[in-house]
Design a protein around this ligand. Structure first.
Ligand code: CA
Length: 249
């Protein structure tokens, strides 16, 4: 990655309805490691699960630099998500009030040869804005996404569906976590977004694209995304991580 550098900003917000924020995020910029997590479960469960996930992932993903090969990045992500899955299950076993807790995770690792790898479980998302078009890089593990895949719902109907957040997969639920991996190339000018569904349930994708396309530092972009989700109702916790890839020199 020596021909590229990057800067990022993240914001998390409780929204306008919920009493607690169960989202979490992590950034280890020197390791090219970024993630968002959206916890689920009664009592304190959701908060505990997403915090545990980002803590374990920071250890696992932050241990090596961005000069890892894409293959190493994939293995690092799989190992990190396995470790987080195990830690969440062990904690739920120790404390019965946390039983059933889980979390989504969408984690992005930069790698050599201007590559990125994403490890993904749940319905948080990764997007890339390039040349004015927004590409969704992850597929939700939700019941409504399965209906979209079968042509029964459009993306927009799925977004507005009352059961849009029912997950088919989350970290901490099963003994073995099934992680989805995605990879691709990075180039100067790319703007990545990792976000929880508190953003994407509130805003149509075209609105997300417009907000990402406006010029500005990642901090300003992150803040306007959160503000827009709150203006649209803020029905859930909102977490965004904006990552800009720049040329060196
Ligand atoms: Ca959520």
């Amino acid at each position: 990655m020596h021909r590229l550098r990057w800067r990022h900003a993240a914001r998390t917000d409780v929204g306008r309805i919920r009493a607690h924020n169960e989202d979490a995020w992590l950034a280890v910029p020197e390791a090219g490691a970024f993630a968002v997590a959206d916890g689920l479960g009664g009592h304190a469960g959701g908060e505990v699960a997403s915090e545990l996930a980002v803590r374990l992932l920071a250890d696992a993903l932050g241990a090596s630099g961005p000069d890892r090969s894409p293959r190493d990045a994939r293995e690092t992500l799989l190992a990190g998500l396995r470790a987080a899955n195990r830690a969440i299950r062990e904690e739920a076993y120790r404390d019965p009030s946390l039983r059933g807790m889980g979390t989504t995770v969408t984690a992005l690792l930069l790698a050599d040869d201007e590559a990125f790898v994403i490890g993904h479980v749940g319905d948080s998302r990764a997007y890339r804005l390039r040349d004015g078009s927004l590409e969704r890089l992850t597929r939700d593990h939700t019941v409504v996404q399965q209906l979209v895949d079968r042509g029964r719902l459009t993306d927009e109907q799925a977004r507005l569906h009352p059961r849009s957040s029912v997950l088919t997969r989350a970290l901490g639920i099963e003994r073995e976590v099934e992680t989805e991996l995605y990879d691709g190339r990075v180039r100067a000018g790319d703007r990545f977004l990792l976000c929880s569904d508190g953003l994407t349930a509130m805003l149509p994708e075209d609105r997300v694209r417009q907000l990402l396309e406006e010029a500005g530092e990642p901090t300003a972009v992150a803040e306007r995304l959160v503000a827009a989700a709150n203006e649209a109702g803020g029905a859930d916790n909102i977490t965004v991580l904006v990552l800009d890839v720049l040329a060196t020199d």
